[in-house]
Design a protein around this ligand. Structure first.
Ligand SMILES: [Fe+2]
Length: 309
């Protein structure tokens, strides 16, 4: 009985997604995304050089782009979107960090606060270089908005449902891969720091009271509350409160990302309590997203200033 209701709720969600998308279904084609892929490769090559640090950081972003694109497609597929909309979701993933390469070339960092807003830079580049000209205006608009908003603290709710939908999808996909990047990074940072992605937060054992309070209140951690690298790790774990799609929760649970971050935090009772809270809230959110009952305007709040992978 429970399974039956789960299936019908999942069906309801698919119908809900199709209602948002029905009016303007994308007719994006495989040839169009192939063209975007070629443009992206050529664009990236223009920034690569002989410096091994530059090459390493460019590779980091290219791999991230590939993975975010894959995650976009996976979420789109889980919602049973049509092929055109799946390709549109992929295009958002492919282009979302296109501003990173110029950002690194100019400032040698990926920290926006020390340089420029890479999302804004990427969106402007797509407009300035007419990269998306072969697409219909509606599709161009979705990609540029999704790229521009993907790292924002909050979304503009007065934008079209279609823009909001693809932006939420991209934000979830981005977080999924940031978990991959940071879990690898936290494991090895003591051996080899990457200055391009390291925040200025001290790697000391403390956890701020306000961060603990945010998690106990079951909300996203505010960037203003961060005092240590541990706070930042907890901010990332607390993204569970902003996930928009059940598939995101399933992937994050399946890959054990919360557990992997927890292993790099101090072994204290407080940390264990926070971890258990987050773990059970992730499971609960997964259930609510599967049945369409988040009840909190999920996905309209941002990720804070992250190590943007
Ligand atoms: Fe980004």
């Amino acid at each position: 009985m429970q399974n039956q209701s789960r299936v019908s709720c999942a069906g309801f969600l698919v119908i809900a997604a199709s209602r948002i998308l029905r009016k303007d279904d994308s007719i994006m084609t495989f040839e169009q995304i192939q063209y975007l892929e070629k443009w992206f490769d050529q664009h990236v090559r223009g920034f690569d050089g002989e410096d091994p640090d530059v090459s390493e950081n460019i590779r980091l972003k290219v791999t991230h782009t590939v993975k975010v694109r894959e995650a976009c497609r996976r979420i789109a597929k889980s919602l049973r979107l049509g092929e055109g909309d799946r390709l549109l979701a992929e295009a958002c993933g492919l282009m979302h960090d296109v501003g990173r390469f110029e950002q690194y070339a100019r400032f040698k960092t990926f920290v926006d606060a020390k340089s420029v807003d890479h999302a804004e830079l990427g969106a402007s580049l797509l407009e300035k270089e007419s990269v998306l000209d072969s697409l219909r205006p509606g599709e161009r608009h979705v990609i540029i908005r999704a790229v521009r908003y993907h790292n924002r603290l909050s979304l503009f709710l007065n934008d079209s449902p279609r823009v909001l939908f693809f932006t939420k999808l991209l934000r979830d996909a981005d977080k999924i891969d940031i978990y991959r990047v940071v879990t690898d990074y936290y494991r090895t940072a003591h051996v080899r720091r990457n200055e391009a992605i390291q925040l200025d937060l001290p790697d000391t054992p403390e956890i701020s009271g306000q961060v603990i309070a945010d998690i106990h209140a079951k909300r996203l951690v505010k960037k203003a509350h961060l005092r240590t690298l541990n706070d930042f790790k907890l901010l990332q774990m607390a993204w569970v409160y902003g996930f928009n799609f059940a598939e995101t929760c399933r992937i994050v649970r399946g890959r054990g990302y919360l557990e992997k971050i927890r292993q790099t935090l101090p072994d204290t009772d407080e940390v264990e309590r926070l971890y258990q809270t987050l773990l059970s809230d992730l499971k609960a959110r997964c259930g609510r997203l599967e049945t369409g009952r988040t009840g909190d305007g999920s996905g309209t709040r941002g990720t804070g200033d992250t190590i943007r992978a």
